[in-house]
Write a protein that binds this ligand. Structure first.
Ligand code: TMP
Length: 207
């Protein structure tokens, strides 16, 4: 089923974690470091800026929330588009793709809304290339919410939000893929980058 894994191609690195872990900054920094060392890196993210991604982002700030099924459907559409237009072509060109969120987020976030994470994985792996490395930033949900409040000046999230992030964290904790490298998101930014970079260089040299 996963024969696409063995076709000649670049490397696929995904950065995952709950909101507030600093994952976007890390993904961008890895991409910059790769480029500065002469590697062809492509930084990208989900939800994308394409039509489905835009629809999703709008739905986050709209009153009420889409049903879990509706949300899943939009994330899948967005990902199919992203894989076809950005991820697969870049990998085929031998590039190193760094993606801020991927289907592990769907397993965790839509799983936390009651859908089955393993079913979500199966649906995704039918069309989505499997990453070579998943940098999973780990942070306590309470600390994550505290950071979101301080850094982004957003309204304090309610208890429901905390409970939701706790369920998301649980799914991330339960993942046992070989490709996952868990990193403590409480590390100071430079140490976080160095720790992640160690995993990236291991991958590139084939350890
Ligand atoms: P972001 O903060 O990384 O831009 O992501 C926006 C939100 O989208 C974040 O709260 C997590 C959520 N999300 C899902 O619920 N499922 C997914 O598959 C993805 C990619 C993101």
């Amino acid at each position: 089923m996963n024969s696409h894994r063995h076709t000649p191609r670049g490397f696929f690195i995904v950065v995952e974690g709950i909101d507030g872990t600093g994952k976007t900054t890390l993904a961008r920094n890895i991409s910059r470091r790769l480029e500065s060392r002469g590697f062809p890196a492509v930084f990208t993210y989900e939800p994308t800026d394409g039509p489905w991604g835009k629809m999703l982002r709008r739905s986050f700030s709209a009153p009420g929330r889409l049903t879990p099924e509706e949300e899943l459907d939009l994330f899948l559409k967005d990902r199919k588009d992203h894989v076809k237009k950005v991820v697969s072509p870049s990998l085929e060109q031998g590039k190193i793709v760094i993606c801020d969120r991927y289907y592990f987020s769907t397993m965790a976030y839509q799983g936390a809304r009651g859908l089955n994470p393993e079913e979500i994985r199966k649906t995704n792996e039918m069309f989505a290339p499997i990453p070579d490395l998943v940098l999973l930033l780990e942070l306590d949900p309470e600390a994550a919410i505290q950071r979101i409040r301080e850094n982004r000046g957003q309204l304090p999230d309610n208890f429901e939000q905390l409970e939701y992030l706790k369920r998301v964290t649980r799914v991330f904790k339960d993942l046992s893929d070989q490709s996952i490298a868990r990193i403590d998101a409480e590390l100071p930014p430079q140490e976080l980058l160095n720790s992640a970079w160690q995993r990236v260089s291991d991958l590139l040299v084939g350890e």
